[in-house]
Design a protein around this ligand. Structure first.
Ligand SMILES: [Zn+2]
Length: 222
């Protein structure tokens, strides 16, 4: 699969394309923490397909404030996003890194929030639309990579996204999931991995649900 070009400037794409199968260091292996994994386009920011222009970046209503509230309650926050525009040659990693920088700066300014990590699948889907790699959602690779990297307890973590692919990826990783949708999603497709634990219509609902759900409650989906 084509490798995206790296043109000019330092790449702020932190810690992503690494050999991440390495076991956790012994001193970290027993320290685990819960996290909220967040989809980017249409969930954290308004969906502008394949956009890398920082000027077009808009947070979805209430998103920055919600992340602030979650962070204040001890949740680690990570973005997990499919960016097939890289494999398709629509934009470079450097261009995407600029957008990411604007996004992270925007969160900092709006709600004093710092993301723990920002994980990207740069691959194109298979011809049938499914993932052709281990990391394109609905595959769980990005979440698992993050868990290894940051000692995250997936079973007590949440995946928040606007697509059933986000939900399925969360369930495949062993997380609980929230579908953030104001569009009235159609009935679930045929797999038991796709119904979320709950559907929230706005970010305030996401925060309420996460903060009010007991920590030990296991995912209801398999
Ligand atoms: Zn991938």
């Amino acid at each position: 699969m084509p490798s995206p070009t790296l043109a000019g400037g330092p790449l702020r794409w932190r810690r992503t394309p690494v050999h991440d199968e390495t076991p956790l260091p012994a001193h970290l292996s027993t320290v685990v923490r819960p996290a909220v994994f967040i989809a980017k386009d249409g969930t954290l920011i308004e969906n502008v397909p394949y956009n890398t222009d920082p000027a077009l970046l808009r947070f979805r209503p209430g998103a920055a404030e919600a992340l602030g509230a979650l962070a204040a309650n001890g949740w680690a926050l990570l973005v997990v996003t499919n960016q097939s525009g890289l494999a398709r040659g629509y934009f470079t990693r450097t261009q995407f890194a600029r957008l990411q920088e604007r996004l992270e700066k925007g969160l900092q300014q709006a709600a004093d929030v710092a993301l723990l990590d920002f994980l990207v699948c740069p691959h194109a889907p298979a011809p049938d639309g499914g993932p052709a790699c281990l990391c394109r959602k609905p595959a769980p690779g990005l979440l698992r990579r993050a868990a290894r990297r940051h000692a995250i307890d997936l079973a007590s973590s949440w995946m928040v996204g606007g697509l059933l692919d986000d939900v399925e990826a969360g369930h495949r990783a062993g997380c609980r999931t929230l579908l953030l949708s104001d569009r009235g999603q159609s009935p679930w497709r045929h797999t038991p991995l796709r119904p979320p634990e709950a559907v929230c219509h706005d970010w305030a609902g996401v925060v309420r649900h996460i903060l009010l759900t007991p920590p030990g409650m296991a995912p209801s989906a398999p």
